[in-house]
Design a protein around this ligand. Structure first.
Ligand SMILES: [Zn+2]
Length: 268
């Protein structure tokens, strides 16, 4: 099944835009469509009978029941500490264009035109999209942060590296003020932005982070995602957290998944 899914995933490279993507699900539906299932598709969600614990049954061709799933609880003292082990390089520029923002019913997603990229494990990954989960999906030492931002990067061959940044409540964040200037958005609504944004000032490559091999945290839960989760949270205000929360489904997070022998690396 994994081989088949990999083929599907590579086949839809251009459609795949995020860790919360819907495109592969749609393509999968077309490829497995028959008269019996055509009108009976159940859409995954974060609550009730289509909540994360049912994803594997709802999304039969997904990897949601795989062995290398995300998110995880990162235990710092169990992490393998490596000095500049999986170092990644950032090529974030001050004049990247933010093209649009969308509320797709799962999260608020900001889409980017080409500009920002990173080099990780000898491949270049392009920033495609930023979205949010509330509360956070990854935990550090069991601690649940109020919010998590995912910076989804994709290589030309369709592979993913996702940067996860946990948010902690404190002072206002200029970045979030900017993001929130485009809200609110109705479910299903998209707004064009076409404004420049400078994420280079975050200097993420100067921070310490954890790396591990995981998956998209939403169906199709595709594996072979490089995860980079920063140890230090960014600070945003309570009001900013609440604004994001009011624009997304309640509790749009997946619970922690078993490590299954995976080793998390701490890069400092
Ligand atoms: Zn995500």
């Amino acid at each position: 099944m994994k081989a088949k899914l990999t083929v599907v995933l590579y086949g839809v490279t251009l459609l795949v835009l995020s860790a919360c993507i819907q495109a592969p699900r749609t393509v999968k539906k077309e490829q497995h469509l028959d008269s019996k299932t055509a009108n009976h598709e159940v859409h995954w969600s974060y609550s009730g009978e289509t909540s994360p614990k049912h994803w594997a049954e709802i999304e039969k061709y997904s990897d949601c029941d795989g062995e290398l799933q995300s998110p995880i609880n990162i235990i710092h003292r169990s992490a393998d500490s490596i000095k500049i082990g999986n170092k990644f390089e950032m090529f974030y520029t001050p004049n990247t264009f933010l093209s649009e923002v969308k509320n797709d019913g799962h999260s608020i997603k900001f889409a980017f035109e080409s500009g920002d990229s990173i080099r990780y494990k000898n491949d270049i990954y392009y920033l495609k999209q930023i979205h949010f989960h509330e509360p956070a999906e990854h935990k550090i030492n069991g601690l649940i942060y109020p919010i998590e931002m995912h910076l989804v990067h994709q290589s030309k061959s369709g592979r993913f590296t996702v940067l996860g940044i946990l948010g902690e409540e404190g002072a206002e964040s200029d970045l979030f003020e900017f993001f929130q200037s485009f809200l609110p958005l109705e479910n299903g609504e998209t707004k064009d932005i076409d404004e420049q944004i400078d994420l280079s000032y975050l200097q993420l490559d100067k921070k310490t982070y954890y790396t591990y091999k995981g998956s998209l945290t939403t169906p199709p839960c595709s594996e072979s995602v490089h995860w980079v989760v920063f140890k230090e949270p960014f600070i945003l205000s309570v009001e900013e957290v609440l604004t994001l929360k009011s624009n997304m489904p309640i509790n749009n997070y997946r619970i922690e998944q078993p490590l299954n022998g995976r080793v998390v690396k701490y890069n400092f």
